[in-house]
Design a binder for this molecule. Structure first.
Ligand SMILES: CC/C=C\C/C=C\C/C=C\C=C\CC(=O)SCCNC(=O)CCNC(=O)[C@H](O)C(C)(C)COP(=O)(O)OP(=O)(O)OC[C@H]1O[C@@H](n2cnc3c(N)ncnc32)[C@H](O)[C@@H]1OP(=O)(O)O
Length: 281
């Protein structure tokens, strides 16, 4: 994919300064040359639905951030009210056989890249973050969320079972008892509830404040040996990463089998209709 490089002047909490910015249609990577921190912004209107292209783009941007020696990665959204609406249901509803395989493989790749990233990661959750959006946020090491939005793994409410590795990300943030209950209930948490339970680490009043708090978290590693930090993180996350690596073919087949069940297709169709009806009103 062609990626256009440009230098831009962007305002930020500590004043305007130069950032190196790489833009594709679906994500933007901006590296602050003072802090060395990269901001990875999802930009797929209308709701940052995670489709094949966005997932591939995310993975490519994560690799780019690791390759350009950034000091950390902040994941956020260009949409002022939606971090990500999760997986694009259109990829799973009446799917094309080859595309849906590529789609799930791209999701596995994006998760492995983000959860296993060698750089410190934080999510500035500047909007709603259901299901796959919550997966991305909980794959990061730190979360700052804006008020009056919701976050959670709502899969059971859609008649879907979240795979083990979705649960792994959730479990790396929440105590097992809370994670199990929330997943079984398909519960969406408000910002206040998420803060109280520990699903997010801090609340912020504005996106700029959220980005600043994420940068402060990443700054806490300034005096830590980066190789020791990266290896320590990878040791913590090795079991979950290795489990998906070793079982990804079976995971794909399980997904395909599940998604092709007539009852699941029917449920997704009804859900899509309800979303479209709501959007019209
Ligand atoms: C044993 C296990 C083995 C294998 C595993 C098997 C299966 C696992 C499979 C799947 C896992 C899936 C996880 C997911 O991520 S599923 C997606 C879940 N997401 C949601 O439920 C969110 C739905 N969306 C919303 O709640 C809202 O849209 C919102 C809060 C994000 C935003 O609200 P707004 O009022 O601002 O916007 P809307 O008017 O609702 O929407 C605008 C527009 O976007 C369409 N849309 C919204 N979300 C999605 C989506 N996730 N996918 C596709 N399209 C979406 C919506 O229909 C509107 O479209 P139109 O403008 O009407 O065309």
């Amino acid at each position: 994919m062609m990626r256009s490089k440009l230098l831009s002047l962007v305002p930020c909490a500590t004043g305007p300064f130069r950032t190196m910015s790489t833009t594709t249609k679906l994500t933007t990577v901006e590296v602050n040359d003072k802090t060395g921190i990269a901001t990875l912004t999802m930009n797929r209107p209308p709701v940052n639905g995670l489709n094949l292209d966005l997932l591939r783009d995310l993975r490519q941007s994560i690799a780019e951030i690791e390759g350009n020696k950034s000091r950390g990665l902040i994941l956020t959204s260009s949409n002022p009210t939606i971090f990500s609406a999760g997986l694009d249901i259109m990829e799973m509803y009446k799917p094309d056989k080859e595309r849906v395989r590529a789609f799930w493989t791209a999701l596995q790749d994006a998760w492995l890249a983000l959860y296993g990233s060698s750089v410190p990661t934080a999510a500035a959750i500047n909007g709603h973050s259901p299901a796959g959006g919550c997966l991305l946020a909980t794959s990061c090491e730190y979360r700052v969320m804006l008020p009056k939005f919701t976050i959670g793994l709502n899969e059971t409410k859609l008649g879907i079972v979240a795979p083990m590795w979705f649960m792994s990300s959730f479990l790396s943030v929440l105590p097992r008892r809370e994670a199990e209950r929330a997943l079984n209930q398909g519960r969406m948490f408000t910002t206040d509830e998420a803060l109280q339970i520990g699903l997010v680490d801090e609340a912020a009043g504005t996106k700029e404040e959220a980005l600043e708090k994420c940068a402060q978290f990443i700054g806490t590693f300034a005096k830590v040996n980066p190789i020791a930090r990266a290896l320590t993180k990878q040791q913590f996350r090795a079991a979950e990463l290795e489990q998906l690596e070793s079982e990804r073919a079976q995971d794909l087949e399980k997904f395909l089998f599940f998604i092709n069940q007539p009852a699941v297709q029917k449920g997704l169709g009804i859900y899509l209709e309800s979303l479209k009806k709501k959007a019209k009103n």
